[in-house]
Design a protein around this ligand. Structure first.
Ligand code: SF4
Length: 253
């Protein structure tokens, strides 16, 4: 494996030459950052951190990885420990219910609205919208991420919270973290062409990149802990009982 790290002020990029298929997507996205006529061929400081992250996300092979150097506020360890004690004393305080209402917007587009979250005996107001659509090649207008992208994003976001919160609780310094997740569907399942084909994912792969000066064994233990405790890791890894309720309304009363 020939992995090279290119340091920038706000982000660093890792390149695995053994995985690169020379698509050139990185160079088309940010030609000043990725330039094979130059040494070094990757200069992260030639664009903004967001532009570098956008370009790296377009690499189809995983040859590129990027981690933003985070200097923002750390997780409040005191508040976290207080909440852990509260749930240990009263498990009902840890009951958490989420609600999302999705409405069709026409075509393949939909908008989800988050409803109140119930946390123990409290109701927390949540009012966010999340749009979804399909690419034009899949009959959409390409106006928003599609449901599969949102699903993988939800997995990554959940695990990110797990790494960050548990690292803070364990006193492990994290300077940066990124997770790259890939899943491949066989559309014969969705299209109803073959009942033997699973419409969903048979497997999902993810790479976690962590920048930390903590001992590697501690980071590996953190990784195992997140796999044991991340809700969305388990929402992917275990079967969930699905309860459905169909109501049909007619405008002819
Ligand atoms: S986008 Fe990825 S696979 Fe394509 S040339 Fe760049 S590093 Fe290689």
């Amino acid at each position: 494996m020939t992995v090279t790290v290119f340091q920038g002020a706000g982000v660093h990029v890792t390149f695995d030459a053994g995985v690169c298929k020379h698509h050139g997507a990185c160079m088309r996205a940010q030609p000043k950052v990725f330039d094979v006529s130059r040494t070094p061929w990757i200069e992260p400081d030639q664009a903004s951190v967001e532009q570098v992250l956008d370009a790296v996300s377009q690499c189809p092979t995983g040859a590129l990885r990027a981690v933003r150097h985070v200097t923002g506020p750390a997780v409040d360890v005191g508040a976290l420990e207080g909440f852990v004690d509260k749930v240990r004393t009263d498990p009902s305080a840890g009951a958490l219910t989420f609600r999302v209402m999705t409405t069709w917007q026409g075509g393949t587009a939909s908008t989800a609205r988050t409803g109140p979250v119930t946390l123990g005996s409290e109701s927390l107001t949540r009012s966010f919208t999340i749009n979804a659509d399909e690419p034009r090649e899949l009959l959409g207008e390409d106006s928003a991420p599609n449901p599969q992208e949102l699903l993988l994003a939800a997995l990554n976001a959940c695990m990110t919270v797990g790494y960050v919160a548990n690292a803070a609780a364990l006193g492990l310094p994290l300077k940066g973290l990124s997770i790259r997740t890939t899943g491949t569907l066989d559309l014969r399942g969705f299209l109803g062409l073959d009942a033997a084909v699973n419409p969903g994912y048979d497997e999902v792969s993810y790479q976690v990149n962590i920048v930390s000066d903590a001992p590697p064994a501690d980071i590996e233990a953190l990784h195992r802990h997140v796999q044991r405790t991340s809700p969305n890791f388990h929402n992917f890894a275990r079967a969930i009982r699905m309860n459905s309720d169909l109501r049909i309304e007619s405008e002819q009363t």
